[in-house]
Write a protein that binds this ligand. Structure first.
Ligand code: ATP
Length: 291
């Protein structure tokens, strides 16, 4: 079954574009990345699919149920972490966490305590006295304490230090291994590349591509690094040439045979040919989208 499915989901804010014809299908148990720069429409997609704002057209289903008819029931079973971490500043951390559990009609105190310990969150402090990173941790605990089958995180790691980011992803990996579906929006490409199995790229409100991380990584382009020369061979399909130290590197998207023949004629001291990283793949899809 699909944990998340959207069909032509569209949202206009007045006349301005939020998202247009978003079709997503996230199977149960997946670790799914939703990638796009600021303003691309990640938060709008998430808020619309959760029924927090109403779509201009299209539908969204969570575990096969249309969000419109079953919003409260569906939301109480989901772990949602919004991109902003706003709580009543006068409340104590433990009060916010307990309140969030009570909204779901559950006693989550054991799991909440475990999460607070792992994230090193002081539950006696008032929200108003917390840094952004610590408010993000409160949000994480609220989203995970009831052990949801579907976790939707919108830009979760901004404000978290690298150690806490690592702990956060360790928790998500554990939940995913136990069967939870993870839907993660991010513009930090390296974390999507490291943790997600599938990803969608969104640009200006529209989906450019949805695929497995493995396939997304297999664009025809390769990143080639040469040592011993100060320029790439004169071939078609070479772009993004960078020079640094004694190396020159570039993206190549032509035939491997042509490249190897050209390299054989050069006085090279070293050569490496690798898959481009997600950053480069992202730029590739953005360029294609612009065309
Ligand atoms: N409440 C709103 N009223 C009007 N326009 C909005 C509103 N919320 C979002 N938008 C617009 O919708 C588009 C998508 O914004 P959205 O916040 O969904 O992007 P995002 O990918 O989540 O970006 P970010 O990473 O900056 O949060 C943007 O052009 C934004 O200006």
């Amino acid at each position: 079954m699909e944990a998340v499915r959207t069909i032509s989901l569209t949202k206009y804010y007045g006349k301005s574009r939020g998202i247009k014809d978003i079709n997503l299908s996230v199977p149960e148990g997946d670790f799914f990345g939703f990638i796009g720069p600021n303003g691309a429409g990640k938060s709008t997609t998430i808020r619309t699919l959760l029924g927090l704002i109403s779509p201009s057209s299209g539908t969204a289903e969570i575990f096969g149920q249309d969000i419109r008819g079953h919003k409260d029931k569906i939301l109480s079973g989901i772990g949602y972490m919004p991109s902003e971490a706003n709580f009543y500043p006068a409340m104590k951390v433990r009060e916010v966490i307990r309140f969030s559990a009570e909204l779901r009609g559950r006693d989550c105190s054991v799991e909440a305590a475990r999460l607070c310990e792992r994230l090193e969150l002081d539950t006696g402090k008032k929200i108003g006295a917390l840094s952004l990173g610590n408010r993000k941790k409160v949000s994480i605990v609220c989203a995970l304490q009831h052990q949801p089958k579907l976790c939707i995180f919108d830009e979760p790691t901004s404000g978290l230090d690298p150690l806490m980011q690592r702990e956060f992803y360790a928790i998500l990996e554990e939940r995913n291994a136990q069967g939870a579906t993870i839907f993660l929006s991010s513009h930090v490409l390296s974390e999507v590349q490291r943790h997600c199995r599938h990803a969608a790229v969104i640009r200006e409100g529209e989906i450019l591509v949805v695929d497995s991380m493995e396939h997304l990584g297999k664009t025809r382009a390769k990143r080639v690094t040469l040592r011993g020369v100060d320029a790439p061979p004169a071939l078609e399909g070479i772009r993004d040439v960078k020079k640094g130290g004694d190396a020159v590197n570039f993206l190549y998207s032509g035939s491997p045979e042509v490249l190897l023949n050209a390299l054989a004629a050069l006085p090279l001291t070293d050569v490496t040919i690798t898959e481009p990283d997600l950053e480069e793949i992202f730029m590739h899809y953005y360029r294609e989208g612009e065309k």
